[in-house]
Design a protein around this ligand. Structure first.
Ligand SMILES: NC(=O)c1ccc[n+]([C@@H]2O[C@H](COP(=O)([O-])OP(=O)(O)OC[C@H]3O[C@@H](n4cnc5c(N)ncnc54)[C@H](OP(=O)(O)O)[C@@H]3O)[C@@H](O)[C@H]2O)c1
Length: 263
């Protein structure tokens, strides 16, 4: 281990609450906040796909913390409720809306992109400045269409397929930007970890598994059954150990730290 790869453990969190943040918190920070990402400004409207997922759950917090308006997309009423509790008022339940962006394997349906864009305008009154994209093939056409003229789609993944397709006319004539991002450099990881330590961004851990049940945890993520992050106890003897500063934890608020546990 190189010394510059180590980051201070947040004193108010347990080992598992500290560990779950490392990948997705840093990734979302870079995508939205850092100078290599979309550089969200106060007042920006930001649409987040998979808004209670591993990267989406941090993205929503970065938008709220940075003075923007998040529009969260999820796929169940329970996830809508979780977003509302986090302070995200504009939410789209994509399953309830029944979007069919692809009418068949080879053809996208612009009418569905328009229906999606109209829904966003109904919720926040305008097109999003930034779209936080990661589903890939199933959503990229809609994302490029729906983002504001001159706006940015930032992507770090392609869960549903990496051969993405969009209508270039909407892209070039409206001067939109498509930005790539991958994980984070040391500076971005440290900045994201500092925000966790300050209690401005919180872990989004929804469950904890023992090491011998790690396969169950992976399956739950694979089946899109889990919200946020799942902790797996490796060297920690039990759940909840390693909290060095319980007073700080109380000041920051147990409800915020454990919000995803009751999801
Ligand atoms: N490049 C990097 O550095 C980096 C870092 C971390 C993660 N990733 C990648 O980013 C992706 C997301 O990671 P994650 O940790 O957030 O995963 P996750 O916890 O499984 O969450 C992904 C969310 O995306 C939504 N989703 C899935 N398929 C979708 C589809 N076809 N259309 C619309 N929404 C869909 C789901 O939310 P709803 O069903 O509620 O809508 C799901 O909860 C993964 O592919 C992961 O490998 C990349």
């Amino acid at each position: 281990m190189k010394a510059n790869q180590l980051m201070p453990k947040p004193a108010h969190l347990s080992w598992e609450e500290s560990a779950v943040n490392a990948l997705c918190n840093s990734t979302s920070y870079r995508m939205l906040v850092g100078r290599n990402g979309a550089q969200m400004k106060q007042g920006d409207d930001v649409l987040v796909w998979g808004a209670t997922g591993g990267i989406g759950g941090y993205a929503i917090q970065y938008v709220l913390n940075g003075g923007g308006t998040p529009i969260g997309v999820v796929s169940s009423p329970a996830r809508v409720e979780l977003l509302n509790k986090m302070g995200c008022e504009a939410v789209i339940d994509r399953r309830a809306e029944g979007y069919q962006f692809w009418s068949d394997e080879h053809t996208q349906d612009e009418r569905e992109w328009r229906r999606f864009g109209k829904k966003i305008r109904e919720l926040v009154g305008e097109d999003p400045d930034i779209i936080f994209e990661h589903p890939g093939r199933s959503t990229m056409g809609a994302s490029i269409f729906a983002v504001k003229r001159g706006g940015t789609v930032v992507t770090c993944a392609a869960t549903s397929g990496y051969m993405v397709e969009f209508d270039n006319r909407h892209f070039w004539m409206k001067l939109k930007r498509l930005l790539s991002s991958h994980f984070a450099n040391y500076h971005e990881a440290a900045a994201a970890n500092k925000l966790i330590s300050q209690g401005k961004i919180h872990p989004i851990m929804s469950d904890v598994y023992s090491l011998d049940r790690v396969g169950e945890a992976a399956l739950a993520v694979h089946r899109n059954q889990a919200e946020g992050k799942l902790g797996v106890l490796c060297l920690a003897p039990e759940e909840g150990s390693g909290i060095d500063d319980p007073d700080k934890r109380e000041r920051i608020g147990e409800d915020k730290i454990t919000r995803f546990r009751s999801a």
